[in-house]
Design a protein around this ligand. Structure first.
Ligand code: AMP
Ligand code: ZN
Length: 467
């Protein structure tokens, strides 16, 4: 089956291939760096990471741009409260965002771009819109007149034809019922930072930022544009209005939106105060892999209800997969190959791939892998699994982990032991045992234990894993 995605623009599932058949030109709305990202934000970024990885698994190259919103109302307010420049204030949270996404193993987009480094481009875009008659200016601020763009509403599927001409808003976020002319360029209020430009002193609105940076690096028509569902309106609707008014071409072929991460049936949000950051969860002793697993385990178009039971279940699921891999790598199986198991491995791979092709159905993809693990564990117990089956099973796990990326344990900083050190200590322990120097063997075992390494002595030798 071909790769398919649900496209918010057409409200249907469509086959996907990049326009040039090779490279996917993708833009994803990045963080507003006024605070640490919470795990709701990170759910959206994890969905985008899975999307990247699956597009690559399907043979495409990527040209992915993500913005960092480092100037907007909240940032300006908070920077002023702390007597910091915008740059000083946002730098710490930009760094934290990059650290958190690396901890969660999210691949870096090919390009990360900051709004404040593209002010000239935004000014030029506002001038173009002015020249084409899409704007008006009031008190030094420039607004986009949505009546000039008859297709306004085509992404959010709202009919805005009854909207009063000239009703406008200065804030970047507003409710659906309130379709209004939106601000492209904001005149500075007292004590606010501003840029001196040919269109007057001020700063860009949030929406123009994404249109400008997306088209600058990816061209007039993107293959994919992503974000959370809360961005469909007004942000993405406004991006379309701006971009298409400038170029006269469709702005993005596919619009993919991820659903919310909820907690107690409510959207996790900074404004509601009901959020956890990744750092909170790690401080409680949870692993980055377990958080990653939770975030990717629910298909992106379904709401994800975050619970600590769910996080615990994710850790257990990862353990099962790791133990299965260890078994494949260390157990001695009888010679030969079992044809039925070869076929079973093929089926699992096909189910895994079909599920992801089906609009990234991660829950089904994980289900296929776990059923396989259960069947093969049974076959191993009964002696049906043969040495000749190992390679294909490990290959399947590897393909799975190219997307899920949860099998490798995060090195515990406090353990300080690299894999080689662990192996060397295990060899020392073996030698001590052979020499019947049991106190020394116990000492090494204790040393490994303290570093979070668990040993398991089997017929075939000593296996180990990290706690
Ligand atoms: P922000 O930093 O607020 O601009 O948001 C960054 C991204 O996180 C956007 O794509 C939002 O749509 C997304 N987002 C915000 N809250 C949630 C949530 N509770 N669940 C999933 N995505 C979210
Ligand atoms: Zn955006």
């Amino acid at each position: 089956m071909a790769l398919r995605f649900y496209n918010t623009l057409t409200q249907s599932v469509e086959e996907f291939a990049p326009a040039d058949g090779k490279t996917v030109r993708m833009y994803t709305c990045g963080p507003t760096v006024y605070n640490y990202a919470h795990i709701g934000n990170l759910r959206t970024f994890t969905f985008e990471d899975v999307l990247r990885r699956w597009l690559r698994a399907r043979g495409y190259q990527l040209n992915h741009v993500m913005n960092i919103t480092d100037v907007e109302d909240k940032i300006i307010r908070k920077a002023a409260e702390q007597h910091k420049s915008i740059q000083e204030y946002t730098e710490q949270y930009t760094r934290a965002f990059l650290e958190d996404t690396a901890t969660l193993r999210l691949e870096r987009p090919e390009r990360l771009v900051k709004a404040t480094e593209h002010i000239d481009d935004m000014v030029r875009a506002v001038q173009e819109l002015e020249a084409k008659g899409f704007t008006y200016t009031t008190d030094g601020s420039v607004y986009y007149s949505i009546q000039k763009f008859p297709e306004y509403g085509k992404l959010s599927h709202n009919d805005f034809s009854g909207v009063r001409a000239g009703a406008r808003v200065d804030v970047d976020e507003y409710e659906k019922a309130d379709a209004r002319d939106f601000v492209l360029w904001k005149a500075p209020k007292e004590n606010e930072p501003f840029w001196d430009t040919p269109i007057g002193p001020g700063r860009p609105g949030w929406h123009i930022e994404c249109s400008v940076m997306a088209m600058k690096y990816l061209g007039a028509t993107l293959d994919i544009h992503c974000g959370g569902v809360d961005l469909i309106f007004p942000h993405h609707e406004n991006e379309i209005a701006q971009s298409e008014a400038i170029t006269g071409k469709p702005f993005a072929r596919f619009w993919l939106h991820s659903e919310f991460l909820n907690i107690d049936s409510q959207k996790m949000a900074k404004s509601a105060g009901n959020f956890y950051t990744l750092r909170d969860l790690l401080a409680m002793g949870h692993t980055p892999e377990a958080v990653r697993y939770v975030l990717l385990s629910v298909p992106y178009r379904k709401k994800l209800n975050f619970t600590f039971d769910g996080l615990q279940a994710a850790a257990t699921a990862i353990d099962r997969l790791r133990n299965f891999k260890l078994r494949l790598e260390t157990e001695k199986f009888a010679d030969g190959s079992n044809e039925q198991i070869s076929a079973r491995t093929q089926t699992a791979l096909r189910q895994f791939e079909d599920s992801l092709d089906d609009d990234l159905n991660t829950a089904e993809a994980l289900g296929a892998i776990f059923e396989y693990v259960r069947d093969v564990n049974t076959a191993m117990d009964s002696g049906e699994f043969r040495r000749g089956n190992v390679e294909a099973a490990l290959d399947l796990l590897q393909r799975f982990d190219c997307i899920a990326d949860v099998l490798r344990p995060t090195q515990k900083q406090e353990s300080g032991l690299a894999d080689d050190d662990v192996e060397a200590l295990i060899a020392q322990r073996q030698q001590a045992k052979k020499a019947r120097n049991f106190p020394r063997a116990d000492e090494v075992r204790k040393q490994l234990q303290d570093a979070g390494i668990i040993l398991e002595d089997t017929k075939e030798g000593t296996r180990w894993k990290r706690k």
